[in-house]
Design a protein around this ligand. Sequence first.
Ligand SMILES: Nc1ncnc2c1ncn2[C@@H]1O[C@H](COP(=O)(O)OP(=O)(O)OP(=O)(O)O)[C@@H](O)[C@H]1O
Ligand SMILES: [Mg+2]
Length: 392
Amino acid sequence: MRIILFTGKGGVGKTTVSAATAVKCANLGYKTLVLSTDSAHSLADSFDIEIGNQPTLITDNLHGEEIDINYEIKRNWGPIQNFMQDFLKYRGFGSIIAEELSVFPGMEEVFSLLQLKDFYVEDSYDVIIIDCAPTGDAFRLLAVPDIAKWYMERIFNVERILLKAVRPVAKRLVDMPLPSDSVFESMEGLYKNLIGMKELLTDIEISSIRLVINPEKMVIKESQRAFTFLNLFGFSVDAIIANRIIPEDVKDPFYSKWKDIQKKHLTEADESFRPLPIFYLNLLDQEITGIELLSKIGDNLYDRKDPTEVFYNEKPIDITESNGSYCLCIKLPFATKENIDMWKKGEELVIKVDKYKRNIHLPRFLTSLKMGNVTMEGKELKIRFGGEGDGN
Ligand SMILES: Nc1ncnc2c1ncn2[C@@H]1O[C@H](COP(=O)(O)OP(=O)(O)OP(=O)(O)O)[C@@H](O)[C@H]1O
Ligand SMILES: [Mg+2]
């Protein structure tokens, strides 16, 4: 089974590209499911048909589902949420605030994704396409099981044993709500599910993330940040989709300036994401809805390629740590140390190889550290940060 997730800034065309990719996959004969995890669903608008909260038949080989987020929250988070609400109310928060605070950003989306594991185990589909919410919070949360694991192992178990002993006494002494065994059980169950999800989504052969961009400065900057973050936590981005390109044959003078601006940003996108492939989609003179148009868009976008292919399966950026210093490893297959020029610009590392430039958004913890020595090992550029005896 293949899982392909589309994410990117608000309004860039995630739903449209997800729908077009799904239609293309179905046309190629793959049993396809397209899911939307964004609480502001718009898949149904894109296909121009009703789509329910269970897999709904759209056309041959293609089902769609707009996940019922409230149901998924209740199912996965209910007992924990009830406890948190009681606790927050006890601490003086009003019920509305307590309810709002008991669900974290990104959580809705993570819960929606938990279904994936079932589809995977049942081998229900050849390919699942996911139209993600614009924030990327879900990936941030999915990166967390590592921290959750540490927490559960060290603190939770100890606390649970202690609580068993003190709960009857504590209950009489304070009226503070204490977590019951069912809260702990829900927590453990959820944690296991999250680990399973992370395994599925970080399996390079199964899951790929595709970043949808528009040739605009702010959009590219945000996607660079997402790209670094996703790489860092082991999620594989295998392609970039550049949407809303003004077609060559538009000669209107109003658009000629815009075409130049787009060209500049497309060069920057290329410098930021290379060696990932970029697929291009022109701006159309109409909104994109309905299967027929989506099918055409899918053909244009992927040309003769099969969208279920893994377009890139290496980690272009990796960060390793040893003894308090970090090593940023960047794949530069065509460079030698002699033709590399490099500098740090705010949160960005700019690497120039001959006439090509590459911009890498540094994770926050690296921006504050001194850059140390730089070596080229095989096809990898290794840049050290922090630690003793660094130069700059
Ligand atoms: N290449 C294009 N040409 C013309 N219209 C487009 C193109 N791509 C997207 N659109 C239109 O732009 C609008 C927004 O696209 P879409 O809903 O796919 O974006 P989104 O990234 O999913 O937005 P959101 O972040 O709100 O979920 C839609 O009306 C869609 O039909
Ligand atoms: Mg959308």
